[in-house]
Design a protein around this ligand. Structure first.
Ligand SMILES: NC(=O)c1ccc[n+]([C@@H]2O[C@H](COP(=O)([O-])OP(=O)(O)OC[C@H]3O[C@@H](n4cnc5c(N)ncnc54)[C@H](O)[C@@H]3O)[C@@H](O)[C@H]2O)c1
Length: 338
């Protein structure tokens, strides 16, 4: 299946996202690898995936970063720049990310800066990156303890999604990534949300279809609002409080966003999202310090004086943008304290 993105405001305004099992084995038919290729992965991604790509290139340089969010930093960024420079990369060469959101964000950022921008291909390998982060062109590294604070909008030339690579992903990471797809269903597509309600377990979900539906929604949102001037903010449903929870606990991004969604919707919606989260082995409450979580929320980029712009769901499959005062946010975050 191919989904195309057309961006009215961009110079290179169109790219395809291909979802196909086994596509990793024939990337050379999909991407222009007839040039120097920087392949970036991390040490948690099975090495056979980057090897499969390297075997299809004539001239590639491989960089393996240490796995984890801690690696999404300027040291890794500089390592990529250094590798490209030492291998004599020109503006006509390209970079390929094969990994989760960390590798995609980092490689996209490095590609957007090297010689003011070389072609970037994204091959996401986690559920989170396949349903969400690989599409839309947000690239970044974390800096001085602030997530995604330095980055660019830089669209990939193509995204290849091979659901087969999810077979090696841990069950926790699978559930973690599903949250972003549940989020898109809760805000845009009640029918897709019903699919999550009807399946009885993770194993029973049709992951190919979940990826396709989530990417279709994301592509539509990004086409209408590439640089997050308005509509794209909807994708932040659950993220504002989720961010506060994420930095105050050991929970993963998606797990925290799931809890964050529960605090930002009407009761009926909350019950339905809560049941779905539980079914897919996701937490619905967390233990954290309310004040430090709220402080993290206020430091986040979405804050405006003493109020925060948030996304609220009062009816399943729809959304509202609401400015909320700190006191209300505090009261809401307390409802998901364990
Ligand atoms: N650009 C965007 O629009 C956007 C959107 C959402 C999130 N993000 C970013 O995405 C990042 C999170 O991404 P993530 O959840 O994919 O985390 P991640 O990239 O850290 O990957 C999670 C773990 O899974 C391992 N892994 C990856 N693929 C695997 C596979 N197929 N088999 C086995 N192990 C595998 C990795 O080594 C890592 O340890 C965050 O940095 C977040 O800021 C970006």
């Amino acid at each position: 299946m191919t989904i195309s993105i057309n961006l009215p405001d961009s110079v290179d305004n169109k790219y395809d996202i291909k979802i196909e099992r086994g596509i990793l084995n024939r990337v050379k038919d999909e991407l222009n690898l007839n040039r120097k290729v920087l392949i970036v992965t991390d040490d948690g991604v099975p090495s056979e995936y980057s090897k499969t790509i390297a075997e299809q290139c004539k001239d590639s340089a491989l960089v393996v970063i240490k796995q984890g969010e801690e690696s999404k930093n300027f040291d890794s960024f500089l390592l990529l720049q250094k590798t490209m420079l030492e291998h004599g990369f020109s503006r006509k060469d390209c970079a390929v990310a094969i990994g989760g959101g960390v590798i995609g964000d980092l490689t996209g950022f490095a590609a957007s800066c090297y010689m003011r921008g070389i072609d970037f291909y994204n091959i996401p390998t986690t559920v989170l990156s396949q349903v969400d982060s690989s599409v839309g062109g947000k690239t970044a590294v974390d800096f001085m303890g602030v997530k995604n604070i330095v980055g660019t909008f830089y669209q990939p030339k193509k995204v290849l999604i091979d659901p087969d690579v999810l077979k090696t992903l841990s069950a926790r990471q699978v559930s973690n990534g599903l949250v972003e797809a549940i989020k898109m269903a809760a805000t845009f597509d009640e029918e897709a949300f019903k699919d999550f309600e009807e399946a009885v377990s993770v194993e029973e979900l049709n992951i190919d279809e979940i990826i396709a539906r989530a990417i279709t929604i994301k592509a539509d949102v990004v086409e209408k609002d590439e640089k997050e001037a308005g509509l794209r903010k909807v994708l932040n449903f659950g993220h504002t409080l989720g961010h506060g929870i994420e930095v105050s606990t050991d929970l993963l991004h998606g797990e925290s966003v799931g809890i964050g969604m529960l605090a930002m919707c009407d009761d009926e919606v909350k019950v339905r999202i809560g049941q779905v989260l539980k079914k897919y082995n996701l937490p619905v409450k967390a233990e954290f310090d309310v004040d430090s979580a709220i402080e993290a929320v206020m430091h986040d980029k979405k804050s405006k004086g003493d109020s925060i712009s948030t996304i609220y769901v009062s009816k399943m499959g729809s959304y509202e943008m609401r400015d909320m005062k700190v006191d209300e946010l505090k009261a809401r975050i307390k409802t998901v304290l364990s």
